[in-house]
Structure formats: C-alpha cells, structure tokens
Design a protein around this ligand. Structure first.
Ligand code: BES
Ligand code: ZN
Length: 476
C-alpha cells in the first residue's frame, strides 16, 4: 500500500494545476438551487457529473425527481446522480455522498471578485462559490478515481456515489431515493462517507461525528390588502410589521437563549466524560473574533462556544419577506410581512415536538396581543440531527488516512450545521457514516468570498485515496 500511495501522492502534487483548472470549470456553472432562474444550471451541473463519471468508466443512473413550483414557477428538480465503480466481492464497498448545488452569490453581495469565476490568490486561496461547499470535495472524489486510473493503480474498494442538486434547498426527494435504492443501487455498502463540512480551525484536519438538525419556520402577519402611507394610517391602524417584530423578539434573547418554554427539555445532559472532550480541542474564541473581524462572541470560555455550536440548540432570525429594505427612507406600512427563523436541534430533541412547542408559543404570544391583524405560522422544513460513534472502523480508517497525509492525529469534532440526509444513509443503508472534511473553518461557506485553500484541496484529494486504501487494509 505504501508504495502505491506514495506514487499517488506524488501524482497529486504534480498535477495541482490540472486539479485547479477542473475546479474552475465546475465553479463556472452557477448551480444555485434556490433560484428558479438558475435551475437549468443545476441540471447542467448534474449532466456534467454524469458525463465525467461515464468517462471514468462508472455505471451511472440519473434519478429524475419530477417538477417543483419555486417562486411561483414550475421548474424541474435536479437529478440525483448515482454512480458505481467496481463490484469485487473481495473488496469493501463505500457509498460517497456530496452535493453539486450551491448557495446564491452576487458580486453586489460584497464579493471582491466574480463569484462564479474561480480566482487563485497568491496566498493559496481558491475563491469562488462552491469551492468548499461542496464542489471542491465532490470533484475531489472524481479526480482521485481518475488519478488512480492514470497511474494504473487498482481502486482498493468498490465505490458508489450519490450526488444531489438540492442540498441547499431542503434535499427534496432524496430521502425517498436513498430508502428506495438501499437494497438496489446501494446494496452491499459497508461504509458511508460524506465530505461536506470543515475543519475546526485552519491547521488541523478533523473527523466529524455529529451534526445539528434544522427546523425552519415562516411567520406571516397580514393586515390591509395593500401597503399604506404611514402619514395617513400611522397611529390609525395596527401594523403587521410591529406585530411581527414583537413576536420575533419573544423567540430568543441577544445572548442566544431561546425563550420558547420547554424547548431545552429534551437536550442531552452534559456528562463529565463529554465535558472533558472539549478541553483537548484547538478551538479558540480569539480565532473566531479574528475571522469575524468583530468581537461579538457571546461566551468567554472557548469550550462554551463549542458547546453552544455543537450540543445546544440555537434559534436564528434570518429575514423578513415583504418588509422595506431598499436604501433610502420610505414611509411605508407594509401590508404583509413574513418572518423567517430556524432552530438548530441537537440530541435528543424530537423534530415534531420542536415544531409543536414553537407553534404553540407563537399562537399564545399572538393571543396575548389581542390584535386585529391576521397571523399564520408554519414549519417550512425540518431536518434531523445526527450523532454517531467515533470509534467505528470507518473512523479508524479515516484517522489512519489523516496520519498518512498530514502526519498528525485528527481532531474529533461535531458540527453546528446540518446535512439531514446523513441520518437517512445511516438508517436506510444500516452503515456507519464518516464525515471527512476537506475545507477549513474560515472557508466562508454560504458567505461572500467563499474559498478553499489550495493546501486543503490538494491534500484533501490525497486524503480520499488514503481513506480508500485504509478501508481496504482494515478488511485484511
Ligand atoms: N455544508 C453544509 C453543512 C455544514 C454547515 C456543515 C456548517 C458544517 C458546518 C451544507 O451544505 C448546508 O449548508 N446545509 C444546510 C442544511 C439546511 C438547509 C437544512 C445548513 O446547515 O444550513
Ligand atoms: Zn454543503
């Protein structure tokens, strides 16, 4: 194994330019799933993967998920791209998941360069939408496979890929595909691996064994049929925006404490054993403050920030649809406003209970206002948290692979973000899932100037090959 891996690592180092050019090609496809005007690009990205996988000699199955109404427009759901490579009874089989859609991005959001044109900065940053979330990692798997072929190194495992184009928009239809294909396409899966998260810091590689879930709510308050002039109606009518801000302000305090009764009841107790795990991690509040370029951190203890991110729920208010937000000062009373907020959930919170507690709370707060406006609150989507054992052989292989590439032990981490299908893979395929991050903590996924560092991208591609080899070695 050593000689083969050495050869592979050398090849990856020597082909850095090609790997970056490939990333440039996929970043250039603006596969934004949340925007109906960009949906054909998501489909285009799915087809790009299909062609690339076929060229690599994979069997490919494109699953059509039908249509969806988005922003009032009927658009196709992007296909789930299933691929497989190898079917050797003597080898372990790995299922690999990733997503090929990205978050929206506009130059005017504050990007320094065109978001869909990959820019290689002198300090090694590869800047572009999707560079780290999740095009770099998805492409990395294909490049790893291709490199093995070019070097004539046998792939030491059987591979099954599952790439979706709706992760950033609720993974519509994917659970059903995984469940339906569990005994078909995914049959024989021994281990599952997902590369769609980040290191805890910027220098130490990580393996990840937990994610938070997410329950997303819409809260609509409506009054008059049309927007009104505040000079004519101010003080005369009850205003939807005033009611909405009142309700939103009763959800969470400025230090993140959720005000919904009983919401913390199902949160796992912090054991002494768990408490100890935080002290050995590299995380520093000061790094966070540096990355944020602002000291707005709630906690003074490093461990408390991590606990808040990983093992306690949080509630974030994301936006208000229908409110006036343009520059300038408009004296309008908006007629209908919809607040958007979500709760990140943790072990052992039950999604249905969260939903009920939130909706009951808002109904009761609204009743107290005794308002003449109308209010509607509903759960728009819900994704489950995931928490697994980091002692599984899948993690042992991941850990050994990290040792080979970086010559250090990984940090064992959880994440505050969500990849709801993780639990579906675990349940439907009855396999352990390893989260094997490529990017670093400061990559700015979902933010402006998203990047992946060349160091992480190139070594991430090496890591994938080492992981396959270590899985194969476990079986021996
Ligand atoms: N790659 C992220 C998941 C993630 C976020 C991992 C932060 C680690 C830290 C993924 O693409 C994502 O953004 N997921 C959404 C899911 C949501 C729509 C249910 C998220 O977490 O907001
Ligand atoms: Zn992602």
């Amino acid at each position: 194994m050593d000689a083969k891996l050495e050869k592979y690592f050398k090849y990856v180092d020597e082909n850095t330019k090609y790997f970056i050019d490939q990333l440039r090609e996929v970043v250039a496809i603006p596969s934004v799933s949340a925007d109906h005007t960009k949906r054909h690009h998501v489909v285009e990205m799915g087809k790009w993967l299909e062609k690339r996988l076929l060229d690599l000699g994979c069997q490919v199955k494109m699953i059509d998920l039908g249509m969806q109404t988005l922003q009032g427009v009927e658009v196709p759901l992007p296909p789930v791209v299933l691929a497989s490579y190898g079917d050797d009874k003597d080898k372990k089989t790995i299922t690999i998941y990733g997503h090929y859609d990205v978050q929206p991005a506009l130059l005017s959001d504050g990007w320094n360069t065109e978001p869909f044109t990959l820019v290689e900065e002198e300090d090694g940053r590869l800047v572009g939408r999707g560079a780290t979330d999740d095009k770099g990692p998805v492409l990395g798997w294909l490049l790893c496979l291709e490199a093995h072929q070019k070097l004539d190194i046998e792939i030491p495992v059987n591979l099954k890929f599952c790439f979706e184009g709706m992760e950033e928009s609720g993974s519509i239809g994917l659970d059903e595909v995984i469940i339906d294909q569990a005994d078909k396409w995914f049959k024989g899966t021994d281990y599952t691996c997902i590369s769609d998260n980040y290191w805890l810091g910027t220098t130490k590689p990580a393996l990840t064994y937990g994610l938070r879930g997410n329950n997303y709510f819409h809260l609509e308050v409506s009054g008059p049929q049309a927007d009104l002039h505040s000079g004519v109606f101010g003080g005369v009518v009850q205003e939807p925006m005033t009611i909405l801000t009142n309700l939103l302000s009763n959800l969470v305090d400025i230090n993140g404490k959720i005000k919904i009764p009983h919401i913390y009841d199902q949160v796992a107790e912090l054991t002494e054993e768990e408490d100890k795990t935080y002290s050995s991690l590299s995380f520093q509040n000061s790094d966070l403050i540096n990355d944020l370029k602002a000291d707005i951190v709630i906690h003074s203890e490093n461990a408390d920030s991590l606990k808040s991110r990983w093992r306690y729920p949080s509630l974030s208010i994301h936006g208000v649809e229908g409110a006036f937000y343009d520059p300038g000062s408009k004296t309008v009373i908006p007629s209908k406003v919809t607040g958007k907020f979500s709760i990140r959930s943790v072990p052992f919170m039950d999604p249905a209970t969260i939903s009920k507690l939130v909706i009951d709370h808002i109904n009761s707060e609204f009743a107290k206002l005794d308002s003449k406006c109308k209010m509607r609150v509903w759960e728009e989507s819900s994704g489950r948290w995931w928490y697994s054992s980091p002692n599984h052989p899948n993690f042992v292989a991941g850990s050994r692979a990290i040792k080979r590439v970086f010559n250090v032990e990984p940090e064992m981490t959880r994440e505050g973000g969500s990849i709801p299908v993780t639990l579906t893979f675990e349940e439907a395929l009855k396999t352990n899932v390893l989260l094997l991050p490529m990017g670093a903590a400061n990559d700015g996924a979902h933010s402006t100037n998203e990047k992946v560092d060349k160091y992480n991208y190139i070594n991430g591609i090496k890591l994938y090959g080492a992981y396959w080899a270590e899985i194969a070695a476990l079986a021996k």
